[in-house]
Design a protein around this ligand. Structure first.
Ligand code: NAP
Length: 387
């Protein structure tokens, strides 16, 4: 029987846990019952800081506990595969940090292990769960012939906040057939020398760490794998410090990707159709001091600006700017993501319909398949075909 609330155990005590533990603790239907570290002292320090009842030395020891229904795996990428398989074997549901693994073969095994054990598996790619991402999904239905776009437009809801002269009754544009996708994600070398991102053996490098987002966006918009990719990288020792790549799909669609540990913070995409393009400058996580936003540029030059309804006229988080700091906007994407996993755990799949997690598994598997091909292209300095 499913325990309510779903009790999470956390594997790892690193930087991301500071945010995600608070999100787990504040999502209805979830609680955090235990946290594990390689070091007992560190587990205790982290448990005390977050008000978690059990501090556990050793990840396997946490998986053996009866008061843990699901695990949040917040370890370096090289450990995601091993601990997801172990968690599934122990009958625990899994929320696993990105990049899901080191290869598509590993991702396939992780999905198969979860399905085989009848536990739910979700990668912690939170932007896929943001309210505005649903808006993008809706807009992406306007890439077909005119009549299909009209039907899709009829489904449009009040997500529209238009700076133009449109009446806001329906999606006031169509993208038309997609022609080019671009996504760039980078951070200006924020990591210490000991960080796993700088170590190839731990799954480091900008291709896996940030390419996960860029390749994921390209797959999200295209819905399919490219036919061919070509990537070039600037290396720092054994790891990719910066990568740029081109891709070609069937149907005249092309894409470009750029990621790096040595350029200013970037997290933008452009999805360009024949008739209009979507632009978003912070798709992985909205800038803290601004509501989530995006724009559509029509071929005519008309520009539409959007903010999701839940963020229109919403003040910044209370007490988020003590002593005159910049107020911070709330961002719910992680809590929505956790809520989705809780729903899958508690309710299962709706009868007669495909399991809702299949689409997320395929998105993750295709993203990792693209990263495998990009990695191969960097190594062989040649274009690489997929399938
Ligand atoms: N930081 C972010 O903003 C962020 C955002 C999104 C996603 N992520 C993803 O979350 C995962 C963890 O990232 P992070 O930034 O939290 O990393 P981190 O600060 O380096 O923490 C990783 C944790 O993994 C454990 N660990 C086990 N074996 C390790 C090893 N050989 N070397 C280093 N750590 C080891 C450590 O916990 P114990 O020593 O306590 O066992 C460590 O605290 C990564 O997959 C990353 O891509 C991070």
């Amino acid at each position: 029987m499913t325990h309510s609330p779903v009790r999470f155990g956390v594997l790892g005590t690193g930087r991301i846990t500071r945010r995600l533990i608070a999100d787990l603790q504040s999502t209805p239907g979830a609680s955090v019952s235990a946290i594990a570290s390689r070091s007992g002292d560190r587990a205790k320090w982290s448990a005390d800081s977050h008000g978690i009842a059990a501090a556990v030395e050793g990840y396997a020891e946490l998986l053996a506990r009866d008061d843990v229904d699901a695990v949040y795996i917040a370890l370096p990428p090289s450990l995601h595969h091993e601990w997801t398989l172990a968690a599934c074997q122990a009958g625990k549901h899994v929320l696993c940090e990105k990049p899901v693994a080191l290869s598509a073969a590993q991702v396939s095994e992780m999905i198969a292990a979860a399905n085989g054990a009848d536990v739910r598996f979700l990668d912690a790619t939170a932007w896929l769960h943001h309210e505005r991402t649903d808006q993008f999904r809706q807009w992406l239905t306007t890439t077909g012939p005119q009549e299909d776009s009209a039907k899709a437009a009829a489904k449009k809801d009040e997500l529209f906040d238009d700076e133009s002269e449109s009446d806001g009754e329906a999606i006031p544009f169509r993208l038309g057939p997609l022609r080019h996708l671009s996504a760039s994600v980078s951070f200006p070398n924020p990591f210490l020398d000991g960080d796993h991102r700088l170590h190839a053996s731990l799954g480091g490098g900008a291709l896996l760490d940030l390419g996960w987002y860029s390749a994921g966006l390209i797959r999200f918009a295209s819905g399919v794998l490219p036919k061919e990719v070509y990537a070039q990288a600037v290396m720092r020792g054994e790891i990719v410090a910066r990568v740029s790549a081109t891709m070609i799909f069937d149907d005249e669609l092309t894409a470009t990707l750029s990621c790096g540990f040595d350029t200013s913070t970037r997290k933008w995409f452009e999805i360009a159709g024949t008739d209009a393009s979507i632009v978003c400058d912070d798709f992985t996580r909205p800038w803290a001091e601004k509501p989530a936003r995006s724009w559509v540029h029509e071929a005519s030059g008309k520009v539409h600006s959007f903010v999701p309804p839940s963020e229109v006229n919403v003040p910044a988080e209370p007490n988020s700017a003590p002593e005159g700091g910049v107020p911070v906007h709330r961002c719910l994407q992680e809590r929505v993501m956790i809520g989705t996993l809780i729903r899958w755990i508690c309710e299962g799949a709706p009868s007669g319909q495909p399991a809702p997690w299949n689409a997320f598994h395929e998105q993750a598997l295709h993203t990792q398949t693209m990263l495998d091909a990009l990695d191969e292209s960097i190594r062989c300095k040649q274009p690489v075909s997929l399938g």
